[in-house]
Design a protein around this ligand. Structure first.
Ligand code: IPE
Ligand code: IPE
Ligand code: MG
Length: 249
């Protein structure tokens, strides 16, 4: 069977793909297992997504790994997730480096266990000169809080006379988000069949194409990602204009 990978136009790839990796708990439940079994089984899918993007050279991949709301889950589930994140960072660090990926993290990192924070900072540091692609982990991330913090930082600057109100542009605002230096999201994928955003990158997805898959995250593979990119390439992104205007260019 022909792969979607062969149908992708490599000249017109999305620059930034973001994924809401959802459905681990349901995947485990279907198998009569504990939710944490689903989280453990999700690592393969994470690897598939990273490798698929690396193979075709997607410049930015952001993975929604743990939301600010996920802190409200039962303590043992949160502990298992933190342990798994730490374990995975340890196991995958070398691969991330050798694949030429530069690591970034967005979110309220200070809430994470110190060990995880140290591992992340170390990985950010050792990969800072890598240029093949960017891997962004959203950890302890909540978009409303990110926006609120940006507003607070900007108002302090205005109050202190470091910034004039008339100079607050979209670019200035973006500079106060966790995602400063990252391009806007072109393609947002959510697995598990849920059609919602769950407090993810609200500002950054303003013009993203959204794709919701009926696949539970542990079952996600490269071919799913290639199919999403193929579908993305068959959309007309009009950014408010008409089709006729776009045809003229
Ligand atoms: C996604 O899977 C993983 C995290 C949110 C950390 P879930 O754990 O949300 O799985 P479901 O949605 O309950 O099936
Ligand atoms: C979103 O999934 C967060 C991550 C995938 C990390 P959730 O499972 O937490 O989302 P809701 O609560 O069902 O919307
Ligand atoms: Mg979920």
């Amino acid at each position: 069977m022909e792969s979607f990978k062969d149908k992708i136009d490599l000249e017109h790839l999305p620059k930034h793909v973001a994924i809401i990796m959802d459905g681990n708990g349901r995947w485990a439940k279907c198998r009569g297992e504990e939710r944490t079994f689903g989280h453990k089984s999700a690592i393969t899918a994470v690897r598939e997504a990273i490798n698929a993007c690396n193979e075709i050279h997607i410049p930015y991949l952001t993975l929604y790994t743990f939301s600010s709301e996920n802190w409200n889950r039962p303590n043992d589930e949160v502990d298992t997730l933190m342990g798994l994140i730490s374990e995975t960072l340890l196991l995958e660090a070398e691969q991330i480096f050798t694949k030429g990926l530069r690591m970034h993290v967005i979110g309220d990192i200070e809430r994470l266990p110190t060990l995880v924070q140290d591992q992340l900072n170390n990985l950010i540091d050792i990969t800072k000169d890598n240029t093949r692609g960017n891997l962004v982990l959203a950890l302890s991330y909540g978009s409303q809080n990110e926006i609120l913090n940006a507003v607070k930082k900007i108002s302090t600057k205005v109050k202190n006379g470091d910034l004039k109100e008339e100079d607050i542009t979209e670019e200035v605002f973006e500079d106060h988000l966790y995602t400063r230096n990252l391009p806007p999201v072109d393609l947002l994928i959510r697995t598990s069949g849920e059609v919602r955003i769950s407090n993810f990158l609200l500002w950054q997805i303003a013009y993203a194409e959204l794709q919701f898959l009926d696949v539970l995250w542990p079952d996600f593979g490269k071919e799913n990602l290639y199919e999403c990119i193929y579908n993305f390439q068959n959309k007309e992104r009009r950014f408010g204009k008409t089709s006729e205007q776009l045809e003229k260019n």
